[in-house]
Design a protein around this ligand. Structure first.
Ligand code: NAD
Ligand code: GLY
Length: 371
């Protein structure tokens, strides 16, 4: 990365407009350790940083020092790392810490980490004393462009991904782009998948931009990261602002997730990364869209090629069509046992549809390894 790129300070603010639950997403460099970043956080006697065994040694001390001005006491709880730990047992470690420290209902929770920490911390904040304030401090690309924004919180159940949770908005989201420099390559690719997602469903200009700037993104140039995170957050903010609780439009953000969640649950959580499963799920959802006559093969191949360039798998695991269908019936979009898919109705626009099983089987057979 050029030295100039590293040192040039960057700051963008994207508002999430939700009436009295509105909040800003602050995107920039050098934010984590800067006390002025945290002046919007409510003052409270106690703050609790929730993080994990990987992120704590990298960033917990910096955040702890920076937020000391907002709280008399700052505690840190360190969770085991990984999707396999996104469950009741790990969630209870957050409640244990809150209760052991005698935290009151003004206590502020800080989710320092990727989407797993963010989803669990948000759910803990939604439930502790029936709701305490929380701040998202996402440190993965996936969390900065998607999971930290919009208030979906929760945990997995062995029978279904993210099936237990709450809509609960943070007070602030702080995306420090510098933290993305320590992300393992595979995790970074998983995040790129979620950036690419916004192209087919909402913004073909973004798709053109990613195509032209994939090299800069993969090199993690700050200016390119800033654009990708900002544009992704703008699109997500626009969707969430119209449909916070997913009564309609917000479902388009789940493009690729129906197939993706089946891959995650079918292989066992953590085997494929969430972003990898969703990336491959997008290929499957695009092929479904093509079989429905909504988009052409050249366009499907264009987006598939981008996912490949981002380092994501584009061939699904061989779970077998029966198992895929069984797993997909547990999807939150399913109604009366009918699976509903997000499909592309034209490049840059998505919709939700029920699709005959025969078509879904065809897609699974053509996109996945043999069972
Ligand atoms: P993750 O939280 O597991 O983080 C990925 C890995 O990177 C972990 O090992 C983590 O410890 C490590 N890590 C985090 N930041 C790091 C850094 N800066 N440097 C080095 N390592 C770092 O995974 P994720 O991809 O961030 O999030 C996936 C989760 O998000 C899934 O559980 C998914 O269901 C959820 N999700 C939620 C929403 C939502 O709207 N709430 C949206 C999309 C995804
Ligand atoms: N990631 C999907 C959503 O937030 O709705």
């Amino acid at each position: 990365m050029p030295a100039a790129d590293r040192t040039a300070p960057v700051f963008h603010q994207v508002p999430i407009e939700l009436g009295d639950r509105s909040y800003p997403i602050n995107i920039g460099t050098g934010l984590l350790g800067d006390a002025s970043t945290w002046t919007q956080v409510p003052r409270a006697a106690q703050g609790l940083i929730v993080t994990n065994t990987t992120v704590a040694p990298l960033y917990a001390a910096v955040l702890e020092r920076a937020i000391e001005v907002r709280h008399d006491q700052v505690h840190v709880v360190v969770l085991p790392d990984g999707e396999a730990h996104k469950n009741w047992q790990t969630l209870n470690l957050i409640f244990d810490a809150l209760l052991q420290h005698g935290c009151d209902r003004k206590t502020v929770l800080y989710a320092l980490g990727g989407g797993v920490v963010g989803d669990m911390t948000g759910f803990a904040a939604a439930s502790y004393m029936r709701g305490v304030p929380f701040v998202q401090v996402p440190t993965t690309l996936l969390a900065q462009v998607d999971s930290s924004v919009g208030g979906k919180t929760g945990i997995n159940h062995p029978l279904g991904k993210n099936m237990i949770g709450a809509f609960y908005q943070p007070r602030l989201v702080v995306c420090d782009l510098d933290t993305l420099q320590t992300l393992p390559v595979r995790e970074f690719s998983a995040g790129l998948g979620e950036v690419i997602k916004y192209g087919p469903i909402a913004d073909t200009d973004l798709l053109d931009w990613i195509e032209a700037n994939m090299g800069r993104l993969v090199r993690r140039e700050t200016a390119a990261l800033a654009h990708a995170v900002r544009r992704s957050c703008e699109i997500k903010a626009c969707v969430v602002g119209q449909d916070e609780r997913e009564s309609g439009l917000r479902a388009i953000l789940n493009f690729g997730h129906t197939f993706g969640h089946a891959i995650e649950a079918g292989l066992g959580y953590g085997e494929w990364l969430h972003g990898e499963a969703v990336g491959c799920g997008m290929v499957m959802a695009m092929q479904l869209s093509q079989r429905l006559g909504l988009v052409d093969g050249a366009w499907v191949e264009r987006v598939t090629a981008l996912l490949r360039q981002a380092g994501l798998p584009t061939v699904g695991p061989g779970l077998g069509a029966d198992r895929y269908l069984e797993l997909m019936r547990v999807d939150k979009k399913a109604e009366a046992g009918q699976i509903r898919f997000v499909v592309i109705d034209r490049p840059g626009s998505a919709t939700v549809r029920t699709v005959p099983d025969t078509l879904v089987r065809e897609v699974i057979d053509s996109c996945c390894r043999p069972a």
